[in-house]
Design a protein around this ligand. Sequence first.
Ligand code: NAD
Length: 351
Amino acid sequence: MSVFSHPEFDLHEQVNFFHDEATGLKAIVAIHNSNRGPALGGCRMWNYANDEEALTDALRLSKGMTYKSALANLDLGGGKSVIIGNPRQHKTEALLAMMGRCLESLSGRYIAAEDSGTSVADLKIMGRHTQYVAGITERAGIDGKASNGDPSPATAYGTFIGLKAAVKQRLGRDDLQGLSVAIQGVGNVGYRLAEHLHLAGAVLYVTDIHQEQVDKAVQLLGATAVSAEDILALDVDVLAPCALGAILNDVSIPTIQASVIAGASNNQLAASRHDMMLKERGILYAPDFAINAGGIIDIFYDRVGHTPEKVLRHIETIGETLAEIFRRSDTTGLPTGMIANTLAEERFMGR
Ligand code: NAD
């Protein structure tokens, strides 16, 4: 297994491999870049088919975190950790405790947050052995309600702000009254986004594979239920992907009727060329890692101490960053995803 010549290796500063025989822990911690500050990113536990797959995830996702945090103007670098194993079978308190000790040995160069296969409760166990875990403090959330560290309300609010910036750019309007929005996935983020949009007067179309989520949006927010097959090609103003990655692809893009795509899902573009394909079709795409940064902003302030007001003001800068991306895309003719990458690089390189 190669590291320095791995296809996903891109000037990563440090890649750590941890093994503990007694607990069965096998983990990789990748630190992509720390120019702006300590590398913060999720700790994922996954039943990887092999070590190569785990390394690929750690290298790719840690780089993504550098770009996301830089674009959000946070004093954070990018990192990611992966624990190799089935979270349902192999996750034990002893293994999590050992992971905490491993993180502590990195002296704060990497800070872990919850991710697929790990929960806030798991991070709290790690946190008994290291100070370098984030998003586990019980505190006042951005909505003023008690929060256990779940970043979804912040992600949803940031996505709402970003959606408004995209609507202003593409449709030339400040208000959302009567604006039609199709939301794919009304889970933790998608449902809260739907609440913001409903309050702002938007007309909602929703789908989810969990029927009770759809029913709730229909009953409480006046949404119209749509089948999972039809949601992407609906004749609406805005498409908000809040479920899955890779949904913007060769098959879906030619069928999309919305002129704005603004949603929280990670990795929406199946391949980087789909960025240009959207631009050529006149569809304004709000790059996912720009619009969904509310959660990482929330986690950052969880560590440094904050008032909900301060977090809200920072999340609102997502709108300004997107406006800058859209302006540059217009003047250069380059697609928004490419512009977002360049803007992120300007914000973390050479510091
Ligand atoms: P979630 O699991 O709570 O919600 C996702 C919803 O999508 C679920 O209700 C699920 O049933 C539904 N879904 C799955 N497959 C579907 C399909 N084929 N068609 C329709 N619905 C489908 O997850 P979440 O926390 O709301 O995150 C949503 C997306 O946003 C994910 O891509 C996630 O990576 C991304 N994201 C989340 C956060 C956060 O703070 N939670 C931060 C950044 C990015």
